[in-house]
Ligand binder design. Structure first.
Ligand code: NAD
Length: 401
């Protein structure tokens, strides 16, 4: 793992930022990576990490459900970038199914002219479109991932993880023996399937069975991911399909909209507005945070070379830091990059259930992904946070419902 000091390409430091008062008007633009530099840096990292496995999809169709979301940002762009970097090979043809419940993101609209990308408005809770083409690869990422939103729409959250998954698995069964069978299928589960692990199960290995409430305010998410995994394992075993499962651990970075209400975009919004960072807890729970480009490399490795019927933790093992420390680190980066002058303050959420069943510690063991897939995160936390804050600087507003 590289840390901030070792990474070859660094953000340039702002000059004379001591006098900076208004962040958005006083940042020296040429001191930051441009949006395009950052995009290419990350996409090249994904291609380097996944390597020749990407060519398994060359000339074939890949379906990404939920491709308009946070992880969709690099999930969709990575194969399109592979096409650009490999003009002599048949391109990967990418289709996104998304209900665009929270709007069509600008980055996806900008890509819509790409002849290897098809965008389809489809709610995965409904039966699949009758004219659905033959897909060789399927990634099921459609779902409601942000706690604020899944507690607002718990039934829709469960339906996407169970009924939506079931439609796609049945589609894969029906394609068996056809000219275009589904060669690989990946379901997005979550580290939340572990609930609040007992201390001896941290770092958490894949074979830990979890400590999860089936009726608490987060259960719609946790339990439907668990049942989704059960469906995948049984379809893999009974139908002989190549189905794998990824369990993401706290990803952050480009694509995670500033309006998402997850912790880092909330901090970024305060910093870019020049306001104090408001913590709605004591900030004690700890997490390891995995930069999105690293995680996307892991997900493509799981899709393209994971063992069928198996689940993989995808995240980073170190450092495990408290939410309070995350806020402090982001504050320091805000000072360095933007001359931010705010501080971290503590408040109470008006939402009584805000912290119910919130796990105290979250930290993965990634030995299995390392051994089976050669997965190894490359971006240290400070470098990742700088890149994320640079992305928020270039994307300070987001469309949202
Ligand atoms: N980001 C993380 O750190 C993380 C952690 C654990 C699990 N996951 C899982 O990974 C997947 C992707 O996460 P994300 O962070 O990109 O989420 P996201 O909320 O940013 O994006 C999900 C996308 O799915 C779409 N969607 C939701 N319901 C749909 C439906 N019924 N039909 C069609 N589209 C629908 C949304 O419009 C959105 O574009 C999710 O399944 C999530 O549960 C993510």
């Amino acid at each position: 793992m590289s840390d901030a000091g070792q990474v070859s390409v660094r953000l340039k430091t702002l000059k004379n930022n001591a006098e900076t008062k208004d962040i958005m008007t006083h940042v020296a633009e040429d001191a930051l990576l441009t949006a395009e530099e950052l995009r290419l840096l990350d996409l090249d990292l994904v291609l380097d990490q996944v390597g020749k496995d990407f060519s398994k999809m060359s000339g074939k169709k890949l379906l990404i459900t939920g491709g308009a979301g946070f992880l969709g940002y690099y999930l969709v762009q990575a194969p399109l970038h592979w096409n650009v970097r490999n003009p002599d090979k048949p391109p990967i043809d990418v289709t996104v199914y998304d209900n665009f419940l929270r709007g069509m993101p600008e980055w996806l609209e900008d890509l819509s002219a790409d002849e290897n990308l098809t965008l389809v408005k489809h709610d995965i809770i409904e039966p699949l479109p009758a004219d659905m083409p033959a897909f060789s690869f399927i990634i099921h990422a459609a779902g409601i991932a942000s706690p604020i939103y899944y507690r607002r729409f718990p039934l829709k959250c469960m339906d996407a993880n169970i009924n939506g998954l079931r439609y796609l698995l049945d589609y894969s069964v029906a394609a068996k023996g056809s000219d275009t069978p589904v060669e690989a299928f990946m379901f997005y589960s979550s580290s939340e399937i572990y609930g609040d692990p007992t201390p001896e199960n941290i770092p958490t290995p894949e074979d830990y069975r979890g400590n999860v409430s089936c009726t608490g305010p987060r259960a719609c998410y946790d339990e439907s991911k668990r049942y989704g995994e059960t469906l995948c394992v049984n379809y893999a075993q009974q139908e002989g399909l190549q189905i794998t499962i990824s369990r993401p651990f706290n990803n952050y970075g480009p694509g995670l909209k500033i309006s998402d209400r997850r912790v880092l975009p909330d901090f970024a919004r305060n910093i870019l507005a020049g306001k104090n960072i408001e913590m709605l807890s004591d900030g004690a729970p700890t997490r390891t945070f995995c930069y999105s480009a690293d995680a996307i490399s892991g997900y493509y490795k799981v899709l393209l070379s994971g063992h069928s019927g198996e689940s993989y933790n995808v995240g980073t093992e170190t450092p495990e830091i408290s939410i309070r420390e995350l806020a402090m680190r982001v504050t320091e980066i805000g000072k360095r990059l933007f001359g931010y002058e705010g501080e971290v303050i503590f408040a109470k959420s008006e939402d009584k259930e805000y912290l119910v069943d919130n796990p105290q510690r979250r930290c993965p063991k990634i030995d299995k992904a390392r051994a089976h897939l050669g997965y190894e995160p490359q971006i240290g936390i400070d470098e990742g946070l700088e890149r994320a804050m640079t992305w928020y600087y270039h994307n300070p507003v987001a469309e949202d419902a």
